[in-house]
Structure formats: C-alpha cells, structure tokens
Design a protein around this ligand. Structure first.
Ligand SMILES: Nc1ncnc2c1ncn2[C@@H]1O[C@H](COP(=O)(O)OP(=O)(O)OP(=O)(O)O)[C@@H](O)[C@H]1O
Length: 560
C-alpha cells in the first residue's frame, strides 16, 4: 500500500479509523483513549530514557525513568537537562548553561524556579534546536497545562538527529527526510492552531525506529501503524467466520477510497508550489518553515540595511533642507531689515519732499504775487508811456535841413527849437517867413539825433499801437539819406529804418519770456502814382497789385 512507503503524510491506521467511523463500524473491547494515553506515555518514556542515557542518571536525577506528564514537565522546566542533552548531541550548541540553585523537585509546580534560569536555558535550547532544523516547542509548553507532547516530539527528533550522527552522518541530515509527516486532512486540523508555527508539531513524526507512527495531538490523536493489527482484531473480534471475508473486502474498498481521497487532497494542497511533483511530499513542513524563517531573516536584514540607508539619506536631506531653511530665514530677516530701513528712508524722504513742496508752493505763490504785481506795474507803465506819447501828439512833424552846397546860398535864416525862418526870394516879396514843427534839425544834425525823437514810438509798436513814419520833401532834399542812410553805410550813418528795426528786434528779444512777436517787413515804392515792391526778386511781382501779400501783426511802413 502507498502508506507503507512512508512518503505519505498519513498512516494506514488513520485511514482505517476514519473509514470505521464514517461507516459506524465500532471496534469493540477497544479503549481508544487508554490506547492513546498509552502511546503518549510510551513516547515520553522513550524520550526520558534516551535523555537519561545521554547525560547519566545522576545528572538526570530529577527525571524519573518513567515520569508522569507532570514530572516530565517539571523536570525539564529549568532547561538544565535539555541544555546538557543537546550539548551531548552537538557540543557547544548551548555555549553557556545557567546552573541554578533551584531544585524543582522540592518546589511544587516549579514556582520557586529561577525565572532567569528557566528563560535563558530554555531559550538557548530552543535556538539551538531551531538552528539544527528540528521541531521546536513553546516555552509555555513546559508550564502547567502546556502541550508536553510537543516537548516529547522535539526530544525524539533530537534523538533521531543524534542517531543519524552516530551512524556516520552521511549526506545532509534533513529533519523529516526519514520521517512520515502527518496528513493535513480534516482529522488533523488543530482547533485554534497557528497555521505556521503549530504546523510544525502537526507534521512532526518520530523516526521509524522509535515510533513507527505519527505525531500525537492532545486534541485529535492519530492512530499509529503499530495499532493497525489491534484495530483489525477489535473490529473482527465478534464477527462470525463467514462474515469476515465480506467485511474485510468492504473495509478494504472503503480504505482504498479514503486513501485516494486523501492523496487527491494532498496533491491539491501541494500542487500550487512551483515544483509540485511527488518529490515535494518528502519535504517536511519543518524544513520549509526553517527555510522560510531564513528567508525572512535575510529579508529582514535587507530591509534593515535598506532602512538604514534610507534613514541616512533622509538624514542628509533633512540636514540639507535645514541649512537651506536657515539661509532663507537669514535672508528673510535681512530683507525685513532692509525693508524697514527703506521704509524709514522713504518716510523721511516723503516728509522732506512734502516740506519742500510746501516751501516751493510758498515760493511759487510769492513769485506769482510778484509776477502779478510786475505785470500790473508793467501795464501801468505801458499805459503811462503811451499816454506820454499821446500827449506829445499822435501826429508829429519834424523838419531836417540838408547841408547846403557851397555854390548855392542857403535860404535858411534862422533855426530854433521848433521854428525855422526862411528868407523869401525876391520874386515872392522880400521878407522872412517862419514855420513851426515839433522839432527842426539843422544841417549838422546827425542820424542818431534825428532817430532819438522817433525811438519812443518803436516801443509803442510792441505795445500794440500803430505807428507810421514817413519822409516828405522835394527831390534831392535828403529823404533817402534820413530814412536809410548814405550809400557807404556805417553804423553811425544808419538811418531811421535800420535803427527802428534794430530797436524792434531788441525789445522783442527782451520780452520773449512774456510775449511772442511775429515780424514781417514789406517795402514798397510809390512813384509817379505807381506802387512797386522793392523787396521782390521776381520782376513780375514788382508792380502792384502784388501776387504775394505779407501779413504782419505788427506793421511798420516806411516810404519816401
Ligand atoms: N543831411 C545830409 N547830409 C549830407 N548830405 C545829404 C544830406 N541830405 C542829403 N544829402 C545828400 O544830398 C543828396 C540828395 O539826397 P537824397 O538822395 O537823399 O534826396 P532825395 O530827397 O531822396 O531825392 P529824390 O527824391 O530824388 O530821391 C545825396 O547825395 C545826399 O547824400
């Protein structure tokens, strides 16, 4: 049968028992509970015997040859026996065994045991066991109510390891490699079990020599193969000889069917693994767990390494950001200080500017007042000036006597301020006649003296008055000489026209900030009742009417 090869995680007996239960075939005269207890005790005695052999009865004095479960637990609770045993199997596995003064046998329930001793020794033992790849147990399993069968399993696994070493230790010893794991079928699922940790004990079985069976659970004990004969005998005990063949055939058929179901379930549960072939069934869950733990430790180390690198990186970034933050805070403080200084400066400048604006306003107001006064005075002056000109007469007539020729006798008898006396020729009756003018200039009068009485009228032109100055006299009397000057013109010989225009532009320049004048000049000649433009360069425009008229706001006409 397949179960016989030991590679399956369940035994023939367990299948048998399941079939009997399902079909309500109860073996008679068989006390399963007592049988199970007997099996547990047998295994405990086996583990105890082996430990006593390993360390000697003296050192194992606290451990009776056939201890009860309680005696077994109390004897091992200090961890001393366990540590000594494992050091015998593999010297140095527990480098330091805490030898306590406590005597567990003298203290009920081990209450007086040194907690430190218990903790250290048991922990060190479990670490060493785990490193060997053996099934472990919980420290609490050594407490009252703990699962001591797991302790037994662990010790028997250690015994198996020791036996393997004793036989030469060929190859690599793997826990479970020569064991029969327990099926994970319905009957073996532990209530409230830890799917990872407790699965160790679920699949643990003892070596073939010591156990020839499977792990015993307190809640659901699997039948060992050694009990198969007992089971069959119990079933067939009260059967008649002619019933036995049919019953055996029926039971075997059911067993085969159950067997196939369990194999199918097992295959289903393992085929999800990458190498889900039948060879995987030979690996125990303990092995997988150890590997998983190692992988977990490696990953943990990698994560720790990554975390440490990440923390260093974070630290560097944090310091960098802190430095930048400090710099920015300093800059912000400096900017705030600058802002305050600038603000204060701006306020000072604003106050100063406001003050200066006020002063300037006062000055402007003063200037405006002064200008207003100046203009009022100027206007008054202008009015008074022109009133004087009016009082002098709107029409003024001056007389100028040309120097006489040496070959002619002058008719001028006498010249006074405004009167000239002329000797009348004989043909008009001898006598002397006087003529009155605004002023009479004698033959020695200069051009400047003649212009002096005319100059005030030039200013009146710029004040808006119309002024006309013209010369009248017979041919050769000196009109051109008086108005323009001689042919060889000098500054002193300039006549009224030049001097009047000179004064006109001089006064306009003086008043340019106040007034803007536009000056145009037109010079015409009226001769033999013909009007001619003397400034025209084109002969066609010389005669009146002119094609081009010059418009002037202020006009001064000079004619002779
Ligand atoms: N006051 C003066 N002093 C010296 N020379 C003068 C004076 N007045 C006139 N003359 C001279 O007398 C001459 C005639 O004068 P002018 O040409 O000015 O007269 P006129 O009145 O303009 O003559 P016409 O009407 O023919 O043009 C000129 O040679 C001029 O230089």
């Amino acid at each position: 049968m397949m179960a016989a090869d030991g590679a399956l995680p369940f035994s023939v007996a367990s299948v048998m028992e399941t079939v009997l239960q399902q079909h309500d075939i109860q073996p008679r005269h068989l006390d399963l509970d007592s049988r199970r207890a007997e099996e547990i005790a047998t295994r405990r005695y086996e583990a105890t015997a082996w430990m006593r052999t390993m360390i000697g009865v003296v050192e194992a004095r606290d451990l009776p040859a056939q201890p009860s479960e309680e005696e077994f637990r109390v004897a091992l609770k200090s961890g001393l026996i366990l540590c000594h045993v494992i050091n015998k199997v593999d010297p140095g596995s527990v480098p330091k065994v805490v030898e306590g003064p406590c005597d567990p046998s003298s203290v009920p329930d081990g209450a007086a045991l040194c907690i430190y001793q218990c903790f250290e020794n048991v922990r060190n033992f479990l670490v060493a066991v785990e490193q060997m790849g053996l099934p472990t147990f919980e420290a609490s399993d050594l407490e009252q109510g703990g699962k001591s069968f797991r302790v037994v399993n662990c010790i028997l696994a250690l015994k198996s390891y020791h036996d393997w070493k004793q036989t030469g230790g060929n190859g690599t010893w793997k826990f479970g490699g020569n064991l029969k794991p327990i099926a994970s079928g319905k009957n073996f699922v532990r209530k409230n079990s830890d799917p990872f940790k407790n699965s160790l004990s679920r699949f643990i079985s003892m070596n073939e020599a010591s156990m020839n069976g499977q792990l015993l659970e307190t809640e659901n004990v699997e039948m060992p193969d050694s009990s198969l004969n007992m089971l069959l005998r119990a079933v067939l005990f009260d059967k008649k000889p002619d019933e036995i063949p049919m019953l055996v055939e029926s039971v075997l058929g059911k067993v085969m069917e159950e067997f196939e179901n369990r194999i199918a379930n097992q295959f289903e549960s393992t085929k999800e693994t990458p190498t889900g072939d039948s060879t995987l069934l030979k690996h125990t869950t303990d092995e997988i767990k150890v590997n998983d733990k190692k992988c977990a430790l490696v990953k943990k180390d990698e994560n720790l390494h990554k975390n440490s690198i990440s923390n260093e990186e974070k630290g560097r970034k944090h310091r960098k950001y802190q430095i930048l933050l400090d710099i920015q805070e300093r800059d912000i403080k400096a900017l705030k200080q600058t802002l305050l200084t600038t603000k204060a400066g701006m306020q000072f400048m604003q106050a100063k500017f406001h003050e200066e604006i006020q002063n300037l306003g006062l000055h402007v107001h003063g200037l405006a007042t002064a200008a207003s006064g100046y203009h009022r005075v100027l206007e008054e002056n202008r009015k008074l000036y022109n009133q004087v000109q009016d009082l002098k007469g709107n029409i003024r007539v001056y007389c100028r006597v040309r120097p006489g020729r040496s070959d002619f006798q002058s008719v001028v008898d006498n010249i006074e301020e405004g009167t000239i006396s002329i000797n009348s020729p004989v043909k008009y009756g001898k006598g002397c006649r006087s003529f009155n003018f605004n002023k009479v200039f004698g033959p020695s009068a200069t051009q400047a003296e003649v212009f002096a009485d005319t100059r005030p009228l030039i200013r009146s032109v710029l004040d808006g008055y119309n002024v006309c100055i013209f010369a009248y006299g017979q041919t050769g009397s000196g009109k051109t000489h008086t108005m323009t000057g001689p042919k060889d013109l000098t500054e002193n010989s300039q006549g009224v026209n030049y001097r009047a225009l000179g004064d006109l532009f001089f006064l306009a320049e003086q008043r340019k900030d106040t007034f803007q004048y536009v000056v145009s000049v037109q010079m015409i000649e009226i001769y033999n009742e013909q009007v001619r433009d003397l400034l025209a360069t084109d002969g066609l425009n010389k005669r009146y009417p002119f094609l081009l008229l010059h418009i002037a706001t202020l006009t001064s006409k000079f004619e002779h």
